[in-house]
Each structure stands twice: as structure tokens, then as C-alpha cells.
Design a binder for this molecule. Structure first.
Ligand code: PEP
Ligand code: MG
Length: 888
């Protein structure tokens, strides 16, 4: 096995083996760009080291051969006394983990070679400064010496000299400092700083390997969902120096503006400095454009290289470079990170430039970015006062009065106030307050804290872990330094940046939503570049996708919005939402009915209301399919709370004034009370137990459809039976439904052709899909209940209880209620789809659980060959885009 690759041997496709940095250095080398020569030790070598505790047996020999070649190229040997070759030893994993792992510069310097470097550079101060940097970096990262000890010694040296910055120290000072540093190493590490350059290099390599598993690297990987077993590569690169005088320097550049996507000169430059000085903020950088006046030749060359890189990578690249005495060197490049808006703009710009095609453009964006663009945001031009910042946990822009407990959040919001719930951290007891609030702000916890997970689930703006904010829930205030926010003071939180502002920052609606709503048209004057590119990308996606996209909607407003957003029908109309409000009492009467007559009466009252709902809905969705699901939730949901009612009855009895109806109600509530209502009397079971209930609903649907047809409309209703576990249940309901439909057809003289189908949302339904398909004209996968029953997780409780622990332990990276669990729930979906179609070729298949609007899940549903996904109206554009991406 080959563990070491020269830069001339790799390419950008080898990120897994060479890491991102190594692969791109190789790519640039092959492009004949000025990359300092070097080689890469593979991630495989790292894995062997981490697994076995020692380097692969052949590694040393391979490194020696590559080092010899490097020395040959450079015409000097590592650490050679009179003219030392120095190298940097840099980490570089497949996925960028900025600053998380080790890097050591100036490897090869020693007591012996420092004079040689001074002579070669003609700069003694530079040589001693490089040496003290090596001992410091090597001491902390490789030998584990406390970094502060070096910092303190450096400060001490400056004090002794009356110096303000490092630059004020001269060669003699730095020479003395080197002696002090070496003493620190000997004392703290129990060994001397190694004088053998090869030993320095080998130890540095090993320490890079080990830095893969530091706590902070592990934490970062968990947060970013980077697998823990990839390992890092190590790059050994000939050193070039940006700190050799005013004709040297270091900088970063982007080939396009990562915020807007526009081409131009973007970046920063720092004269007479090394990379780490930029990070340390020792001196201020200048805009890259100024390099033109500082060093025109290097600037022109850099511009040309940037063009080469763009044309080669066909994308925005970011670059790190160094100029050593007027010679430009490329130290790194990669396809650069960008904002969501820039991702869309860049993709269409590249299509216009003829650099990529439409399919590739679709690969360059994703649904999460589109979702981000659909949140309202703070007006860029508005004045604002920053209070602090935390973690951007759930996007959006929220403004409201600060409240410090859920009770107040609920109370104030009921009286029409907008509030931001501010807590140190949230727990399940805060749920109602979170629902009532515009946004949630916490001072503790990360992206997977309770506040973050729950807020994201609710689509609510959330900033968490804003540690500089002192939250005092007892005194009901928060403070940052001298600034204090009391209960009722207005604050604004930005869930996309994590920033928290004092006072009200004006919010502007998302132009992308304005576009989807049809209030702004592509091509119109006010439509900006972003809207234009979203418009085009949606067209690319729509042209390619095979999945149709429907909406979960049960009222006209949602249905119409869904249509504007591009829905091709309604995949789930939850009829229980039509039984709330004042109609609840009618349902109550239905439940309490003792006699057939009472029951008929209650149903008779509900029928016209249901019918009117459907007439409206079918009209809104004229010409498009509307899947109406018969009543699903357990009946007790329509009855008063058992505790409240018991108290009321007990009090009335104490007053010797019991209310007859309350007593009956309480009896019914007791009778219907279930320990596990989600596994209880709901869905098709209700239809089988409450006579006439499903019949009434089917009649309402049929009559509404007939009425729309008579009015020359084009209703396309489908009737869906929930929570079926066996084909027998379905057959019984089906018989009744067919009878009712025939009656309505007879009575109205209209032929209806209503499709009858079922949800597949129980494991048994999925496992017996072949039988169920005998009685169903379509399946719609209810992945919410299916996830609940396959995992045995209560969908209403888990996210707020133990999921945080599961996420933190990495048992899953994302809730299975959010992204489909491919291996478990997904396997059932795949098999049921196949089995259903084997019984009934052409069986229509959809999904209407929450996963229908989740990007990753949409790809899965495409793969298993469903016909459509159905999701909430606001997620329709995301589903359309992802369905298109799944098809390219
Ligand atoms: C489901 O279970 O996935 C579903 C869509 O039905 P509901 O969420 O209404 O239970
Ligand atoms: Mg369900």
C-alpha cells in the first residue's frame, strides 16, 4: 500500500485519501501553478496509526524517499546547516475543519541551522524569530506544553525591552527568547527540544494524526455531521516566507464575492507577515486591490491564477497565498463556502458564462439554502445596536418584548404582544411558551440543545448559547456588560447569524417568498438578481423532476398558497382540522349519542358543514387531485380534559348542583380514556366503531364533488383511509364507501369516479402491502406514524425528552422524524412500494408525512420510485427543487 503521494501524483478527486488541502495542492501543481513543492501522507496512514497506535511499517521508508526527492528539487537538505530546507507540516482532512487540527511551521530549524537561515535570508532577526516560532508551535502542539507559558515569556521579553509588539524585538532579544523557550520545553515536556530535523518532522506528523481525536475536533465533527473515522492527511510543504520584508506578505482571496457571487477582486493582504499573523490580528490587513500598488507583478499574476482556477474548478474558489520577496506562491485553494443567495446567483452566472450546464447548476444548490432564502430577514439598511451573539440555531428574524418565563410569554402573547422568550436554557416545560413566542433566545446550549431542536422543529427563530448574555430569570432581566434588558424591553434576534440586537430592527419579507406568492415576477423591474436565479433554478428543477409535489392542506387559504407555490394537488387533507372550533360541540354530541336517532342527528348536523368545506377546497384545487383523509385522531381529543372536567363535576357535586350533561360527559371521557391514545381508538378503528361517521364523511366528499361537477368544475377527489393494519379493515370501510358513493351518484345523476386508497403508516400495513393493494387504488405513506411505530418513539414526546441526548451521543445525526431513516422505516417503504405494485401494477404511491418536505428524504422517495411527495405549503418550493436535484 502506498501511503505517500508527491503533489505531482495527486488530483482534486482524491480528497478522501489526500484530504481537501492535499488534493487541491496536487491539482494546482498539475495546473503548473506556483505551488511550493511537497508531498502528502494519506488519511489511510492516519487511520492505521489511530487504530494500532503506530505508523504503518513502510511509512518511514516512503517518507524518506519523498523527502529526498523534495531536497533534490530544492537543492538543499532538511535542516542543512548553511542553507536549511524548512517545511511546514499541515493537517488536512476530507472535509474542512478550520483550526481544529494541528499545523507546525518552520520544521527543520535548530541551533545549528538558524545561522544558515540568517545568512541565506540576509536577516538575522527573521531567522531567530522563525526559530522561536518553531519552538513555540512545536512545544504546544507536539509536546503538549501549556501555550500560555510561551506567551508569558514573550510578554516578559517585550516588557524588558519596553517593546509594544513582537516586531520591536530585535535579533538579540529573540535569541535570548529562544533560550528561554527551550528551557520551558525541557522543564515542561521532560525532554529537550529535538535538534534533529527529521525527528522534528516525524513527531510533527504523529501529532497531526493525533489531533484528529482531540475533544474539540470530535465536537466539531459531531456538530457538522462529519464521520469520525475518516482520519486526516498530512501535508509536508517546503516553507516560503511572507515575513522577509516589505516585498513579502500573505493574503487570502476569493474568485468571486462569497456574499453576492459577483466577480471582482475580493480578499485581504498583509505585508511582511505570515499566515498566522493574519489570524492573530497583529496588524490590520488591506483590501486585496491594494496589492496592485504594492506589487503589481504579483497582483497581475494572482489575477491570472484566479481566472485559471475558476475556469478549472468551474466554481468560486478561495485561495491562500504568500509572496516571498516578490515571488508569488499558492498555499491553498478550495471551492469556497458561500451564502445561500450567492449559491443560487453563482450557479446561474456560471450557466450564463457557459461554464456549467443546467443539471450541474442544480447540483450546486440545495433545498436548505432555498429554505433559508424564504425566511424574512432584517433590513440590511436599518440601523441596529448589537447586544451579543450566539449560535444561529433556527433561521429567521424575530422581534418582540423580552420575557423570561413561559407563563409570561403565553399571557402576553394572548393579549396580542409579540414576545421573545429568553431563558438560560429551555426544557420541555417551556414548550407552550416557545410556541407563543416569536423567537427563542438562550444563553446556554448548542445546535442540538432543547431550544434549538424544538425551535427548528417548529420553524421558529432561535438563537442559542449566547454566552456573553447574563440571563437572570429571577430578576427578569438580561445583561451584557453595562447594558441591561428588562422584561418588556424590545429585542431583535437573527436566527440566521446568531446576532442579538437591542430594540426593534425592521424586518423585510423574503423577496423569494414574494416571488413564489406571485407578488413579484421574474423579469420585473423590482425583481433582483436573486429572484431571477431562483426562478431559473426552479424551472431547471421542474423540467427534470420525476416526483410530483403536492401539499398537505385542509383549508382554502393553504390550498391557494400551495397552488401559487407550485403544488400539483393536495396529498393530505386532514379532516379533523375541520372539526375544531364551534363544531367541536357537534362532535361531542356525536360521541355522547346513546341512541341511533341521536347519532343520526349529530351526523346530520356535521354533513352540510363538511360538504361546504370540500366544495371550497375542490374549487380552490380545481383540476388537481385532492386526497381527503377520513377522521384520524382518537375521539377523546374532541372532549374536555379529564382532570378539568373531574374538578368541575366534583365542585358542582359539593355544591349539590351537579350538571347532568357534565356527568354524562365525564362518563364518556372515562370510557374513552386511553393510556396510549396514539395506539388506541383512532383512524380506521373509529370508522369501524362509530357507526355512520366515515359514511357521513364520504357522503360529504361525494356530494361536494357532484356539486362542483354540476357547476362545470373539475374536482378530483380521492378518499383515504388512515391507520389501516390489515386489508380486512380496508375492505369493510371500502364497501360502505362504495355504497354511499353509488347513492350519491344515483341521487345527483353525476358520475364521480372517486379513487379509494389507504395510508401505509403501520408496520403491519407495510409488511402486508401486497394484500392491502388488493383493496386500495393508492398508497400514501404516513411516515410520521410509521416512524413512531417502527422505532417505538412517541412522536409527541421524544423530541423534547431524550432526543437531545441521542443527538449528542451521535446515535443519530438528525431526528428520524425529520429525515427518513433509510435503513429502518425507509426499507419498509421500499418493500411496501414494490409489493403494492406487484399486486396492482401502476398503483399510485405518495408520501404525506413530514418527510415529504425534507431535502434528504425527497431524494430517497425519488429513488424508491414514488409518484409524489406531499408537504406543507411553505416547503413546496424546497421539495420541487430537491425532486429536480434527485433526478440529475
Ligand atoms: C403520518 O402519520 O405520517 C401522517 C401524515 O398522518 P398524521 O401526521 O396526521 O398522523
Ligand atoms: Mg398518521
Amino acid at each position: 500500500e502506498k501511503y505517500v503521494y508527491d503533489f505531482t501524483e495527486g488530483n482534486k478527486g482524491m480528497k478522501g485519501l489526500l484530504g481537501g488541502k492535499g488534493a487541491n495542492l496536487a491539482e494546482m501543481t498539475n495546473l503548473k501553478l506556483p505551488v511550493p513543492p511537497g508531498f502528502t501522507i494519506t488519511t489511510e496512514a492516519c487511520k492505521v496509526y489511530l487504530d494500532s497506535g503506530s505508523e504503518p511499517g513502510t511509512l518511514r521508508r516512503e517518507v524518506s524517499a519523498h523527502l529526498a526527492a523534495l531536497e533534490e528539487t530544492m537543492g538543499k537538505k532538511l535542516g542543512q546547516s548553511d542553507d536549511p530546507l524548512l517545511v511546514s507540516v499541515r493537517s488536512g482532512a476530507k472535509f474542512s475543519m478550520p483550526g481544529m487540527m494541528d499545523t507546525v511551521l518552520n520544521v527543520g530549524l535548530s541551533d545549528d541551522s538558524v545561522a544558515g537561515l540568517a545568512a541565506q535570508a540576509g536577516d538575522e532577526r527573521f531567522a531567530w524569530d522563525s526559530y522561536r516560532r518553531l519552538i513555540q508551535m512545536f512545544g504546544t502542539t507536539v509536546l503538549g506544553v501549556e501555550g500560555e507559558l510561551f506567551e508569558d515569556a514573550l510578554d516578559e521579553a517585550k516588557r524588558a525591552r519596553g517593546a509594544v509588539t513582537d516586531v520591536d524585538l530585535d535579533a538579540a532579544d529573540l535569541k535570548k527568547l529562544v533560550t528561554v523557550f527551550k528551557k520551558i520545553v525541557s522543564r515542561e515536556a521532560g525532554r529537550d527540544f529535538p535538534q534533529d530535523p527529521r525527528e522534528q518532522m516525524d513527531l510533527a506528523v504523529r501529532s497531526v494524526f493525533e489531533s484528529w481525536n482531540t475533544d474539540r475536533a470530535k465536537l466539531y465533527r459531531r456538530q457538522e455531521r462529519i464521520p469520525g473515522d475518516l482520519g486526516t492527511a498530512v501535508n509536508i510543504v517546503a516553507m516560503v516566507f511572507g515575513n522577509l520584508g516589505p516585498d513579502s506578505g500573505t493574503g487570502v482571496a476569493f474568485t468571486r464575492d462569497p456574499a453576492s457571487g459577483h466577480q471582482g477582486v475580493y480578499g485581504d493582504y498583509l505585508q511582511n507577515a505570515q499566515g498566522e499573523d493574519v489570524v492573530a490580528g497583529i496588524r490590520n490587513t488591506v483590501p486585496l486591490a491594494q496589492l496592485e500598488t504594492i506589487d503589481k507583478a504579483s497582483y497581475d499574476q494572482l489575477m491570472q491564477i484566479m481566472e485559471t482556477l475558476e475556469n478549472h474548478y468551474l466554481d468560486l474558489c478561495d485561495i491562500e497565498f504568500t509572496i516571498e520577496r516578490g515571488k508569488l506562491w499558492m498555499l491553498q485553494t478550495r471551492v469556497g463556502k458561500r451564502t445561500a443567495g450567492a449559491a443560487f446567483r453563482i450557479a446561474t452566472q456560471l450557466v450564463d458564462q457557459g461554464l456549467i450546464d443546467e443539471a450541474e447548476a442544480l447540483r450546486r444548490v440545495n433545498g436548505a439554502q432555498l429554505a433559508q432564502l424564504m425566511f424574512p430577514r432584517f433590513d440590511d439598511d436599518a440601523k441596529r445596536e448589537l447586544l451579543g451573539r450566539g449560535i444561529a440555531a433556527s433561521p429567521g428574524a424575530a422581534v418582540g418584548k423580552a420575557v423570561f418565563d413561559s407563563y409570561t410569554a403565553i399571557k402576553w402573547s394572548r393579549s396580542g404582544e409579540k414576545v421573545i422568550l429568553v431563558r438560560r436554557e429551555t426544557n420541555p416545560d417551556d414548550l407552550e411558551g416557545m410556541i407563543a413566542a416569536e423567537g427563542i433566545l438562550t444563553s446556554r446550549g448548542g445546535k442540538t440543545s432543547h431550544a434549538a431542536v424544538v425551535a427548528r422543529g417548529m420553524g421558529k427563530t432561535c438563537v442559542c448559547g449566547a454566552e456573553e448574555l447574563e440571563v437572570d430569570t429571577k430578576k427578569r432581566c438580561l445583561s451584557v456588560g453595562s447594558k441591561v434588558v428588562e422584561e418588556g424591553d424590545v429585542i431583535s434576534i437573527d436566527g440566521s447569524t446568531g446576532k442579538v440586537y437591542l430594540g426593534e430592527v425592521p424586518v423585510v419579507p423574503s423577496p423569494v417568498v414574494e416571488y413564489f406568492e406571485g407578488r413579484m415576477h421574474a423579469g420585473a423591474e423590482e425583481a433582483d438578481e436573486l429572484v431571477e436565479s431562483v426562478h431559473r433554478m426552479m424551472a431547471y428543477a421542474d423540467r427534470r423532476r420525476r416526483l410530483r409535489v403536492r401539499a398537505n392542506a385542509d383549508n382554502t387559504e393553504d390550498a391557494l398558497r400551495a397552488r401559487r407555490f407550485g403544488a400539483q394537488g393536495i396529498g393530505l387533507c386532514r379532516t379533523e382540522h375541520m372539526f375544531l372550533g364551534e363544531r367541536r360541540e357537534m362532535v361531542e354530541r356525536l360521541i355522547l349519542a346513546d341512541t341511533d336517532e341521536e347519532r343520526e342527528q349529530a351526523l346530520g348536523g356535521l354533513l352540510p358543514l363538511q360538504k361546504a368545506d370540500f366544495v371550497e377546497l375542490f374549487e380552490a384545487m380545481d383540476g388537481l387531485p385532492v386526497t381527503v383523509r377520513l377522521l384520524d385522531p382518537p375521539l377523546h381529543e374532541f372532549l374536555p380534559d379529564i382532570t378539568e372536567l373531574s374538578v368541575r363535576v366534583a365542585l358542582a357535586e359539593a355544591r349539590k348542583d351537579p350538571h347532568e350533561n357534565d356527568l354524562r360527559l365525564l362518563q364518556a371521557v372515562h370510557k374513552l380514556h386511553e393510556q396510549n391514545p396514539m395506539l388506541g381508538l383512532r383512524g380506521v378503528r373509529l370508522g369501524l366503531v362509530v357507526p355512520g361517521l366515515f359514511g357521513m364523511q364520504v357522503r360529504a366528499i361525494a356530494e361536494a364533488a357532484a356539486q362542483r361537477k354540476a357547476a362545470k368544475g373539475d374536482p378530483r377527489a380521492e378518499v383515504m383511509i388512515p391507520l389501516v393494519g390489515t386489508v380486512q379493515e380496508l375492505e369493510i370501510v371500502r364497501d360502505e364507501a362504495e355504497r354511499v358513493i353509488a347513492e350519491v351518484e344515483q341521487a345527483t345523476g353525476v358520475e364521480l369516479k372517486l379513487a379509494l386508497g389507504t395510508m401505509i403508516e403501520l408496520p403491519r400495513a407495510a409488511l402486508t402491502a401486497a394484500q392491502i393493494a388488493e383493496a386500495a387504488e393508492f398508497f400514501s405513506f404516513g411516515t410520521n406514524d410509521l416512524t413512531q411505530t417502527v422505532w417505538g418513539f412517541s412522536r409527541d414526546d421524544v423530541e423534547a425528552s431524550f432526543f437531545t441526548a441521542y443527538l449528542e451521543k451521535g446515535i443519530f445525526g438528525v431526528s428520524p422524524f425529520e429525515t427518513i431513516d433509510r435503513d429502518g422505516v425507509g426499507a419498509l417503504v421500499r418493500n411496501a412500494a414494490e409489493a403494492g405494485r406487484a399486486t396492482r401494477p401502476g398503483l399510485k404511491l405518495g408520501i404525506c408525512g413530514e418527510h415529504g418536505g425534507d431535502p434528504e428524504s425527497v431524494h430517497f422517495f425519488h429513488e424508491v420510485g414514488l409518484d409524489y411527495v406531499s408537504c406543507s405549503p411553505f416547503r413546496i418550493p424546497v421539495a420541487r427543487l430537491e425532486a429536480g436535484r434527485a433526478a440529475v
